[in-house]
Design a protein around this ligand. Structure first.
Ligand SMILES: [Zn+2]
Length: 134
């Protein structure tokens, strides 16, 4: 990957990270207000629901942030855009669609296939195989 393209992704990741940290700060301020309101409202069910939704959102944000940091690390190391698995270059169109991708298309497909195989493992016949393997 040429340095111009790498720089483009670096800028993109830094912007995404900044935006993410910013919304996170706003969300936590909002969260604090909600807790203060709780005593008056007594609407525990909906606020619990909201809390769990926020937690889920926060987990997803944290995961995304981690991926961005990993991508920025790779840019620093000069390994950005190469597949974690086979070391081949990841297709640029794939990276543009999903900048935090760490696997090339064929490795990703292989991974998805093994995930599907895992689901098939619930069938009684393959379950037996799985137990024997374990
Ligand atoms: Zn690969």
């Amino acid at each position: 990957m040429n340095s111009e393209t790498t720089f483009k992704f670096k800028t993109l990741f830094e912007e995404q990270k900044r935006a993410l940290l910013c919304t996170r700060k706003l969300a936590s301020e909002d969260f604090r207000l909600q807790e203060e309101d709780l005593a008056d409202e007594m609407d525990v069910t909906s606020s619990e629901l909201e809390t769990s939704m926020k937690m889920r959102l926060r987990n997803r944000e944290a995961l995304f942030l981690k991926k961005i940091d990993q991508a920025l690390d790779k840019i620093r190391e000069g390994s950005f855009g190469t597949c974690d698995d086979c070391g081949d270059d990841i297709d640029l169109r794939r990276l543009e669609a999903r900048p935090t991708a760490t696997l090339c298309v064929s490795c990703k497909e292989g991974q998805e296939r093994s995930e599907h195989a895992h689901i098939d493992g619930r069938k009684p016949k393959s379950l037996g195989t799985r137990i024997r393997l374990a």
